[in-house]
Design a protein around this ligand. Structure first.
Ligand SMILES: C[S@@+](CC[C@H](N)C(=O)[O-])C[C@H]1O[C@@H](n2cnc3c(N)ncnc32)[C@H](O)[C@@H]1O
Length: 327
């Protein structure tokens, strides 16, 4: 390990605070600053909140970074290898949670009849397998180059051409469009939204939560996978994965934008969702495989459902009482 990397690791480990600490959370790249307690207290009304046109989830630096990586999506041994491997967990996680609510009627196509939005779909690594399970998929991403790659990859496959479509846009643009269309017909409503390894790249998480709520049907599911904000996630997801082993392209992650499961639950529950489950995930860099774990200290998957209209928005968790176990 070079002395620069070693001092970065030491500096990071000694400087970072445990995630349960009360205080102001400040995003380095434009994410709104807010105190956790204030997040919980500010939003108590059950009415749909409008997203101001100035609110955006887009961090231009992130868009630039993913533009430069857009030709790498389907290289299964390349910088996105860990995302390819993550399908072993996240595809069954989405499928099985949806099947607890929607019964399957088509053999081999358990998600037939369901409309799913994949936010930040990149090259379509998760969009495609969910489409193969019968879901009608819309993948969106602000990076046009990634959307072109996703379209090019899925179009020759006869199993996918009717199931999967892609659009280069943001969630807030789609939510705005849906709002207009819903006045005439209930068109832009999804049974589920997936955002896998995306929230840690956004500029504004509250806008994301509000827009997910807008595009989902009442009772619809939101699936998120992301990285916890712990000392261990700094050491493993950034220092080891990016700088030492180079499993992930250097600079992909900014620790300041990681979020703890408790904080994410609180944000979602304050924006019209009920969190159903949070499950830890672990990546083995030697085998290249993911497995479920009780610890959410590095990676985790979350499933929430949109409350029915009129239900009160509230954060039901105190900092010391998470809905699920987090370590
Ligand atoms: C780590 S990749 C994950 C891609 C895909 N979800 C997967 O797991 O294969 C993060 C993705 O988020 C996208 N992204 C960045 N900012 C975004 C935003 N504001 N809204 C939606 N997607 C965004 C990036 O372009 C990139 O495709």
């Amino acid at each position: 390990m070079s002395s620069k990397k070693f001092s970065l690791l030491m500096f990071g480990l000694s400087k970072l605070k445990p995630t349960s600490a009360r205080g102001v959370l400040r995003g380095a790249a434009g994410r709104s600053s807010y105190s956790w307690t204030a997040v919980c207290q500010q939003r108590s009304s059950g009415t749909r909140r409008a997203v101001s046109t100035s609110s955006t989830t887009v961090d231009p630096g992130e868009v630039k970074r993913f533009q430069s990586l857009s030709n790498k999506w389907w290289d299964e041994q390349g910088g996105f290898a860990a995302l390819h491997a993550m399908n072993d967990l996240r595809v069954p996680f989405v499928r099985d949670n949806l099947l607890t609510v929607h019964s399957a009627h088509h053999p081999g196509k358990p998600l037939a009849g369901l409309r799913i939005l994949d936010v930040g779909c990149g090259g379509g690594l998760l969009t495609e397998p969910l489409g193969r399970l019968g879901a009608s998929m819309l993948g969106i991403d602000p990076v046009e180059e990634s959307i072109s790659v996703a379209q090019l990859h899925s179009s020759p496959d006869p199993d996918l051409c009717d199931q999967v479509s892609y659009q280069a846009c943001t969630l807030e643009q789609l939510s705005d469009e849906g709002e207009k269309e819903q006045e005439e017909q209930s068109k832009a409503q999804f049974d589920a939204v997936v955002a896998s390894e995306v929230v840690e790249h956004l500029a504004d998480l509250e806008t994301f939560a509000i827009c997910c709520n807008h595009v989902l049907k009442p009772g619809g599911s939101l699936f998120i996978t992301t990285i916890n904000k712990t000392n261990l996630s700094f050491a493993l997801a950034i220092v080891v994965a990016e700088q030492l082993l180079r499993i992930v392209p250097s600079g992909t992650h900014d620790w300041e934008k990681f979020i703890s499961p408790v904080e994410l639950e609180c944000l979602l529950e304050s924006n019209g969702f009920l969190v159903q489950s949070v499950q830890g995930m672990m990546y083995n860099p030697i085998s290249g495989a993911w497995s479920w774990t009780n610890s959410t200290s590095i990676n985790y998957a979350l499933h929430a459902v949109k409350k029915s209209d009129g239900a009160e928005d509230s954060c039901t968790h105190s900092e010391f009482e998470p809905a699920a176990s987090h370590s």
